[in-house]
Design a binder for this molecule. Structure first.
Ligand code: FAD
Length: 339
């Protein structure tokens, strides 16, 4: 019998999970339910740099995080080598990491190339940092990647419903399995009090001469990430700040930090600014739960709390969540031989 699966959330985590399920589990009907799509999501505004950073994903065993990164990288690499490369918003990106403390070596294990720079090379580039590396990674520009994922999902027969859920109980009796990819929404929907916001802000500028990314690991950090038609300048991390307006003081700080490091940016035209709330949870939650409500029981797979690394980890964590969905499907089912 066809299993009815609902994936709650249409950010990069929800859409990646929905795609994984529809691609790898036979006899399922998958519906994405969300109240925000595309430009309304946090994912849309992300810088989109594939930058695995173990320090910003606490509470996860290193091997597990490594597997998520490897699965994500393999997926993005498949896209980059396919005829979809032009449409999906994913591109190779070479750039530089700099810091006053030794760089997190995690990125070196899951980037295409990672070359430490000598202090001489750093000085030659006119930067005043103790540590530096030249890295080849990728950027997934969510303004193009999310609509692309959605169109592929729908081509494969996936359904979409725009709806705000007040409780998962609403889904009891309508779906066999529910996958919760609501990011910060889990704080209110479940509710899960361990989810918290870390506000970020970006200035998008027109600066076609910037061809590389720069990431300065200061506190607060400064980063410059180019994509097809603009360059994102960041960043800021404001824990427990739930406001979503653009704070002019924060913008001023980002502008000063980025233009003092890359002075040519002073000539860049500002296109727009954006603020978003990173959905943090320690640890990021991927697990099965059988939830009991007055209306009945619901089989739920959780996949939320990706914090500052949602674009980087989305595919890898989707693979992991899909395995848990398969385990639920196999319970009381004779599909085992087909999976
Ligand atoms: C300034 C900034 C820069 C960033 N840069 C990067 C970067 O360079 N690289 C990187 O890897 N990550 C980056 N991130 C992090 C990344 O944006 C997030 O980790 C990621 O977007 C989280 O995705 P998500 O799908 O979990 O959440 P979201 O994109 O927020 O999606 C949540 C979905 O759940 C739905 N939902 C929630 N509650 C309900 C409900 N009750 N009913 C119905 N639907 C509901 C919403 O409608 C939405 O569709 C950045 C974040 C910020 C703020």
């Amino acid at each position: 019998m066809v299993k009815k699966i609902a994936v709650i959330g249409a950010g990069v985590v929800g859409l990646s999970t929905a795609m994984n399920i529809i691609d790898s589990i036979p006899f399922v009907s998958v519906t994405v339910i969300a109240d925000k799509f595309n430009t309304e999501t946090t994912s849309d505004g992300a810088g989109g740099l594939f930058r695995p950073n173990y320090n910003t994903t606490p509470g996860i065993p290193k091997e597990e995080m490594m597997q998520w990164c490897k699965d994500s990288l393999a997926h993005y690499t498949r896209l980059l080598s396919s005829s979809e490369a032009n449409k999906c918003g994913v591109s190779f990106m070479t750039g530089f990491l700099f810091g006053q403390k030794p760089l997190d070596d995690f990125a070196s294990l899951v980037s295409y190339t990672f070359q430490n720079l000598s202090s001489e090379q750093i000085t030659k580039m006119n930067f005043n940092y103790k540590y530096g590396a030249q890295v080849t990674t990728l950027v997934a520009e969510c303004r193009r990647y999310l609509p692309w994922l959605m169109s592929k999902f729908q081509e494969k027969g996936g359904h979409v419903l725009k709806h705000t859920l007040k409780s998962l109980e609403e889904l009891v009796g309508h779906f066999d399995i529910v996958v919760n990819c609501t990011g910060l929404g889990s704080k209110y929907l479940l509710p899960d009090e361990s989810v918290y916001a870390v506000k970020g802000q970006l200035i998008q500028v027109e600066a076609p001469w910037i061809k590389h990314f720069y990431y300065f690991e200061d506190d607060p950090p400064a980063y410059i990430i180019p994509c097809a038609d603009r360059v994102a300048l960041g960043g800021i991390r404001l824990k427990d700040d739930y406001t979503t307006h653009i704070d002019p003081e924060v913008s001023k700080g980002i502008w000063e930090r980025c233009t003092s490091r890359i002075p040519s940016l002073k000539n860049a035209k500002v296109l727009w600014e954006w603020a978003g709330l990173r959905p943090h949870r320690i640890p990021l939650r991927i697990e099965k739960e059988e939830m009991n409500f007055p209306k009945g029981q619901l089989k739920v797979v959780h996949n939320y709390g990706h914090g500052a690394n949602g674009v980087t980890l989305s595919w890898g964590t989707a693979v992991c969540a899909t395995k848990l969905v398969k385990e639920f499907v196999l319970t009381n089912s004779n599909l085992e031989s087909k999976l």
